[in-house]
Design a protein around this ligand. Sequence first.
Ligand SMILES: NC(=O)c1ccc[n+]([C@@H]2O[C@H](COP(=O)([O-])OP(=O)(O)OC[C@H]3O[C@@H](n4cnc5c(N)ncnc54)[C@H](OP(=O)(O)O)[C@@H]3O)[C@@H](O)[C@H]2O)c1
Length: 320
Amino acid sequence: MRILSLLLTLPILSQAFVAPASSSTSQYSFGLQVVSEENNDVHIHNIIENNIDQSRRNVFQSAAATALGFATMASQSQMQPAMAATGDVKKVLVLGATGFVGSQVCAKLKSLGIEVVGTSRDGRVGTSSLDFMDSSKQVAKEVEALAAGCDAVVSCIGSIGTPNDGQINAGTGLAAVGAKAAGVKRFVYVSVAPEVRDATQGISFLKDYMKGKTSSEQFIRQNFESSYMLIEPTFIYGGDTFNLNPPRVAGFYGQFVESVLSSGLFRAAAKVSPGIIGIALEPPISVQDVAGAAVAGVFGYSSPVLDTYDKIREASASLN
Ligand SMILES: NC(=O)c1ccc[n+]([C@@H]2O[C@H](COP(=O)([O-])OP(=O)(O)OC[C@H]3O[C@@H](n4cnc5c(N)ncnc54)[C@H](OP(=O)(O)O)[C@@H]3O)[C@@H](O)[C@H]2O)c1
């Protein structure tokens, strides 16, 4: 059992020794994969400048290691797909289109023949520039202009471990105000799981991140009443590399861990386990499922808050 656990944790733990301990640069981004989509304008080469200190690393490391270390049995959970109400969606604005999740959302929308307007901070790879930290511009006004003629907005913007986490993660709330002013019908936000919020309450470096997310969610609820979707994942896996911060595993390996942790035994254990252990026992969700859920949200999927692994899977499955 111990040997198996060690084998399972090896790929993640090995990152502890290769990841830079700190850096003088300020940006740590949630997505660190290189994700490329064929037939997609947005090719992502998201380079991480990691300035997370050792204590931060330890928080994520222990959660990721526990998640993988507990994996011993496999049986897929049975999903009950619900049908998404497909609307007449022609054009969608994706905020954070260059990110790990955002790039997949763009790819899915485009594969369905939907026109996509994407943003990044610097307007690279065919995106429009939108930087929540640019004090010379008003986020709401910028988004109002970008969202003109769009049926829906999906925000995949996030930042963690920077001095600006509060402002960046709250920025999606202001974007919702702009989207509403532009007459957009639906707003979808990839946020974070409530149990992560609860478990990390005492962790000071995550305080601003969580505050920002909470603020954005409030603005979205206020502006979009019954026509929003909040997607709240714990861990997201995908791509072809392992990394420690955030604790993301490559697609092939994440799939295996997902199948193990989605067994009844582990689901039950996750529900009754406290804090970070419970989070570690939640199955990681694939980036394709998160993107699929977001697209279901664009089409008017009936559930406004996807705050569990199962709900995200179900929403994604509704597209099939
Ligand atoms: N990845 C996970 O395991 C995980 C788990 C739970 C929740 N989430 C949440 O899921 C969402 C998507 O995560 P992700 O992994 O796809 O993130 P990501 O790969 O780091 O992408 C972040 C996106 O936000 C943009 N962005 C960053 N700072 C910005 C700013 N100041 N102004 C405007 N845009 C900015 C980035 O643009 P540039 O490319 O130009 O930098 C990028 O497009 C985030 O809200 C994150 O908090 C992620």
